[in-house]
Design a protein around this ligand. Structure first.
Ligand code: NAP
Length: 362
């Protein structure tokens, strides 16, 4: 495989002292940033898994990355019910052991908990994976999400994320949601500043429309896009994936197994017994009239999985990375035993007949 570039702008000093550095560097009051050709926290560059270029970033990523939403646990607006941090760390370590070379998290996941757990999992590793995180969703009253794309809020967020993750610089920093619409430009300009100063290495967006992407491209190039994409959510095919491919924007897609719905383990009985603070319990995709259609799809995935000696979840992910615009799929894991059965997705070659068979009723 090719290796990632070794020249990074990195921040001098410890990540814990970063806010002062972020602010002072951005205000030009002091030279808090130094250039070096050897990042102190060099990301993992060797893996036995198949890799691909993430757009024009120069990052060489495995086709499947570790999604850290669920390990943010329960007790917030989009929580996943109870979660043991030790189990989360074991899941991350298992994924890294198998060669996964990137993790996608967000400050919003458990309002810092997911980033803290990722930081703990990375402590003491000789080589760490690429760390991607996001900003723009902050904690509001009642542990509900509030959207904020103001520059000062983004600067506060990056400082806390660097601190929690314990890294010198974030490999990919993404705007989580383009809300509020009128602040998108201000938020993106702040992201461009952070990149210029070396606090983050690459910048991208999530959940943006093509129109919104075009709009911010004039402020700074959008390096990556993170849209939802799965067999039950194919909207991205309409326009945005083609646009990203044409513009050489790297694409990592989220919820490839429809947040667990396509794994074969999500039964009617399990849904009925999901804890109240698991957002899926209240989501229409997990309820009738949609649920029957989704469970029928799972049956078709099981048939194809049987032929490849793999799992329905792995086939669902393999289907997403067939799209030529998609560089990587972000798969969420909460326990170590969930990782192995899904990672084969990177190697499954679905035939056109199998794709027709899977898509038949959708
Ligand atoms: N940018 C955004 O707005 C956005 C939005 C959503 C997601 N994301 C990113 O994308 C990542 C992935 O999306 P996602 O977490 O929604 O869903 P996903 O990858 O489609 O599904 C993940 C869930 O499937 C279940 N699962 C995983 N492996 C399994 C196995 N081997 N057997 C049975 N069940 C298994 C787990 O939940 P259970 O065990 O509880 O069933 C897991 O949390 C997130 O972690 C996050 O990083 C980003």
């Amino acid at each position: 495989m090719k290796t990632a570039p070794r020249s990074f702008v990195i921040v001098d000093g410890t990540a814990g002292a970063s806010l002062r550095h972020v602010v002072t560097a951005l205000e030009g009051l002091t030279a808090a940033v130094t250039l070096t050709d050897q990042a102190k926290d060099q990301a993992m560059q060797r893996t036995q898994l198949r890799t691909t270029q993430l757009g024009a970033t120069g990052l060489e990523i495995t086709r499947v990355g570790f999604g850290a939403w669920a390990i943010g646990g329960g007790g917030w607006e989009f929580g996943w019910g109870p979660q043991e941090d030790e189990e989360s760390i074991a899941a991350i370590h298992r994924a890294l052991e198998l060669g996964v070379n990137w993790i996608d998290t967000a400050a919003a996941y458990g309002f810092g908990r997911s980033e803290r757990v990722v930081g703990r999992a990375l402590e003491g590793l000789a080589e760490r994976p690429y760390v991607f995180t996001k900003a723009s969703l902050v904690e509001g009253p009642g542990r509900r999400v509030v959207h904020n794309l103001k520059r000062d809020s983004i600067l506060r967020e990056v400082e806390t994320s660097l601190d929690r993750l314990g890294v010198e610089a974030i490999d990919l920093y993404q705007i989580h949601w383009p809300i509020p619409e009128e602040d998108i430009d201000e938020g993106w300009a702040a992201f461009a500043e952070l990149k210029e100063q070396g606090f983050v290495r690459h910048i991208g967006v999530s959940n943006f429309s093509t129109e919104q992407l075009r709009r911010i491209q004039s402020i700074a190039p959008v390096e990556t896009l993170q849209p939802p994409y799965s067999l039950i959510d194919r909207d991205a095919e309409n326009e945005i994936l083609r646009y990203a491919e044409r513009e050489r924007i790297g694409v990592i897609i989220y919820s490839p197994m429809a947040s667990g719905l396509l794994t074969g383990r999500m039964t009617r009985d399990r849904i009925a017994h999901l804890p109240d603070d698991d957002w899926r319990k209240h989501d229409p995709r997990f309820r009738e009239p949609q649920l029957s259609r989704h469970l029928d799809l799972v049956e078709r995935l099981k048939t194809v999985a049987g032929r490849h000696d793999t799992t329905p979840g792995a086939v669902a992910i393999a289907w997403t990375v067939r799209n030529p615009a998609v560089d990587g799929a972000i798969a969420g894991f909460r326990r170590a035993d969930q990782v192995d059965p899904i990672l084969t997705a990177a190697t499954i070659e679905l035939t056109d007949d199998e794709v027709d068979e899977i898509e038949a009723e959708n």
